[in-house]
Design a protein around this ligand. Sequence first.
Ligand SMILES: Nc1ccn([C@@H]2O[C@H](COP(=O)(O)OP(=O)(O)OP(=O)(O)O)[C@@H](O)[C@H]2O)c(=O)n1
Length: 416
Amino acid sequence: MQIFLVGGAVRDALLGGKAYDRDWVVVGATPEQMLAQGYQQVGKDFPVFLHPETKEEYALARTERKAGVGYHGFEVFADPNVTLEEDLIRRDLTINAMAQDTEGKVIDPYSGLEDLQNRILRHVSDAFAEDPLRVLRVARFAAKLAPYGFELAPETQTLMTDMVASGELEDLTPERVWQEVFKALGTQKPSVFFEVLDKVGAVEVLFPELYNLHGVTQPIKHHPEGDVWIHTMMVLDAAAKLSPLEEVRFAALVHDLGKGITPKELWPSHKGHEKAGVPLVQALGSRYRLPKKLQIMAEKVTEYHGLIHQGLNSEGLPHLKPQTFLKVLKACTALKNPEGFKDILLACEADAKGRLGFEEQFYRQAPFWLGVLDAALRINNQEILATGVQGAEIAEAIEQARVERIKAFIHTYSSK
Ligand SMILES: Nc1ccn([C@@H]2O[C@H](COP(=O)(O)OP(=O)(O)OP(=O)(O)O)[C@@H](O)[C@H]2O)c(=O)n1
């Protein structure tokens, strides 16, 4: 029986990076023989085993993974009927189809090293087409490896385009699709993921709401670079620079979906696109069964980013009524979760970075909104109760006091 390190761990080590997962493949042993040698089977339908010496590390790794620290466990895949070369040829990309023996020697029957050095994402064989998820995996690797500048091999791009055209992506479970999207959102340049998917026709199939943003124009003064799709990709990458949270990045991705359905007579201002976008974000969220936290932030940013940008006008002066400021804060649950509101502001800052001439303005906008929030939160309940109000009137009095505090803050701010 021989054991080889395979996949991402070999690839990332050769790239000089750090690997979290370590996958091994065993050649020449049956599951029974592995069990007899002390390996522990962890997968029911698929032969996945735990190395006898790594049980503790595995247990620790599972806790670490839960805490989001990373994963250093060992998983051993074994199929007694295949050789190492047969195993590797069934893998997705040549850079993922290298193995390393226990002495550290690299086994590379499909020129993965050459592709790694030339920064090429190339499929190993026709077996690539057996799993349509690989279309998303390749896009995700392009995003993950973007700092190294990887390109898609033309033949791989053609195969991916054919796979998309055949309609098989529609059979993927929402969970598998979302898992890839989520990982891609975590990369330094998530736009690469969507650009690659778009190139092979997969955005139209999987995210028609995003696809609709192509060719939709906006005011040229702020968007000399192009349409809402390009703006969205810029905003997404800006969000990735501003926040490690997938919630913020996803909100940035979907914040302008409404522009894809605004009637042409409302171009390029797209008045009302914020509200119009909310049902689209909801539909996308339920299609992929997105986590609630992520979904809620995306809906809030979509609905309120326009108003948040109008907190201060272009001269830097407060621009909304105190009641409207309070309405936005309440709708964004900022009064209950001030830290969460900061994340909403980050998504709006990313939006400003995707518009020429807005970034500077936003640097004043965010602290201003936090000032408004602080004013709204500075309510002394005792003071309110001392006025003698009772029952339902208490809530009204608190509301009124909040409006007054915001008014006072706006006044001080404007007279500075
Ligand atoms: N649909 C899939 C899933 C996995 N693999 C193979 O299984 C390995 C391990 O898969 P995974 O852990 O998902 O990816 P990694 O390459 O380890 O990369 P990362 O950890 O960055 O996701 C891959 O390298 C690849 O060889 C594959 O060919 N096709």
